[in-house]
Design a protein around this ligand. Structure first.
Ligand code: 13P
Ligand code: SF4
Length: 334
């Protein structure tokens, strides 16, 4: 059996192509060469490791990544992110080959809302429309009227007539934040992100006392008691822009620390302190995002696997919720 055939067999178990990569290869050079040869584009989320961010054609938040996936002329999209992001790209560009370097790069938030359970939940609220955070499975999107991301969630909710009741899924923390900001009484699904839920209030308070000049900035997936303390709340792109525009020179950052790579590149003289979790680790990395590596990115683009494929009915029934989100975002200038 060839090494590729063995690797493909392992793909089922491991989630990535387990092919030995020549350690003398310059992976940056090889990936750039393959990208040109195959007319591929690399889309990376800010939570990816620095090397992946540095080789990506586009780095961004969930909204920016969806907009890129919808607009690209490439034949192949290599998605350095997690499963729901690559699925979204496939829904938006069904004729393109979409690769995810490690199929096991899932998402605790997406997993916290199983479609079958949600379907029954939804039946109890027949007159409600469903707004889902894009961090959900492709199948959940088939049960969704409009998707949103942390960048456009406010505009999406505000675009819905005030007398129209809403179910918001799956992130309860973003949901509470939106209820507070819009004054809308939405039905919330009780899901959450493992990364944004384990920040330590006590350790963050101590850091704020030790660095009184620092701005405390947080992603809206964080719990309400942390958001109450924040000087600024925003999506990853929003947080990055805030650090660039702010006069402050120190920031305590309550989101996945991968974003600090771009913050530090944009503002080399500023100091960024990752908000600590309530365990013994110093930072709070997303174990799913960090499954992707430069080696797996290289083997994915070289062997054109692992590929994301979706049943046609999922694309047909799920895509409208993403299209609506993109339309509303475009109207809002996002
Ligand atoms: P954004 O980058 O869209 O803010 O989303 C954060 C996140 O948790 C992605 O998994
Ligand atoms: Fe999912 Fe949270 Fe990881 Fe984002 S950071 S991929 S929401 S588990």
């Amino acid at each position: 059996m060839s090494s590729l055939a063995i690797a493909e067999k392992h793909l089922q178990q491991k989630g990535y192509l387990d092919v030995e990569v020549d350690p003398t290869l310059d992976l940056f050079e090889e990936i750039n060469r393959l990208k040109k040869e195959k007319n591929a584009i690399i889309l990376a989320h800010y939570y990816q490791e620095p090397d992946i961010q540095d080789i990506a054609d586009y780095i961004g938040d969930s909204l920016g990544l969806s907009q890129q996936a919808a607009a690209t002329n490439a034949d192949m999209i290599v998605f350095a992110g997690v499963h729901f992001m690559a699925e979204t790209a496939k829904m938006l560009s069904p004729d393109k080959k979409v690769l995810l370097p490690d199929l096991k790069a899932g998402c605790s938030l997406a997993d916290s809302c199983p479609p079958d359970v949600f379907r029954k939940f939804k039946e109890k609220y027949a007159d409600h429309i469903v707004v889902s955070y894009i961090n959900c499975t492709a199948e959940l999107k088939t049960l969704t009227d409009i998707c949103c991301t942390s960048t456009n969630a406010l505009q999406i909710i505000e675009s819905i007539p005030k007398d129209q009741p809403i179910i918001f899924a799956p992130d309860v923390n973003l949901g509470h934040y939106l209820v507070k900001k819009t004054g809308r009484d939405m039905v919330l699904w009780n899901g959450s992100c493992m990364v944004h839920e384990i920040f330590s209030n006590e350790k963050i308070t101590k850091l704020m006392i030790r660095h009184p000049e620092a701005k405390f900035i947080a992603h809206p997936e964080c719990e309400a008691h942390l958001l109450e303390k924040a000087d600024f709340i925003g999506s990853t792109t929003g947080l990055l822009k805030y650090t660039i525009q702010s006069d402050a020179d120190t920031f305590i950052v309550a989101t996945e620390p991968g974003i600090i790579h771009q913050m530090q590149k944009s503002s080399p003289d500023k100091t960024f302190i990752p908000a600590p979790p309530n365990n013994t680790c110093a930072c709070n990395e997303c174990p799913h995002m960090k499954l992707n590596t430069l080696e797996k990115l290289y083997t994915a683009i070289k062997y054109e696997q692992p590929e994301i494929n979706l049943p046609q009915w999922v694309i047909d029934e799920g895509r409208a919720s993403i299209d609506r989100m993109l339309e509303i975002s475009a109207k809002a200038g996002l």
